[in-house]
Design a protein around this ligand. Structure first.
Ligand code: FES
Length: 101
């Protein structure tokens, strides 16, 4: 397996006991995973998406983090937000309006 150039982490609110309990899950973060997967393929991005446990940034949820850029994004509440962030990733830029400072 080749390592992806970009790794997109989407908070699925998993707690230590495996229970998906938290703001990101309540706001539908898991529903974005297939959309992001499809966008990666459609855009030909060298990227992988992975769901995670709580990122401890619940107030900003749903949260999505991209490495190695180290960009933490919040308030990902619809596909338009995902599109804006992936557009910025493709252009080597930052989607400022969703950035968690
Ligand atoms: S539940 Fe997503 S950051 Fe805590």
């Amino acid at each position: 397996m080749d390592k992806p150039k970009h790794h997109i982490f989407v908070c699925a609110s998993f707690r230590a006991d495996g229970e998906a309990k938290g703001m990101c899950n309540k706001k539908g973060s898991i529903g974005f995973l297939p959309y992001i997967e499809n966008e990666i393929l459609d855009r030909g991005l060298d990227a992988q998406v992975t769901s995670t446990g709580c990122m401890k940034a619940c107030d900003h949820g749903p949260v999505m983090i991209i490495y190695p850029e180290g960009h933490w994004y919040g308030r990902i509440e619809n596909e338009a937000a995902v599109d804006e962030i992936l557009d910025a990733l493709e252009d080597g830029e930052v989607a400022e309006s969703y950035l968690i400072e």
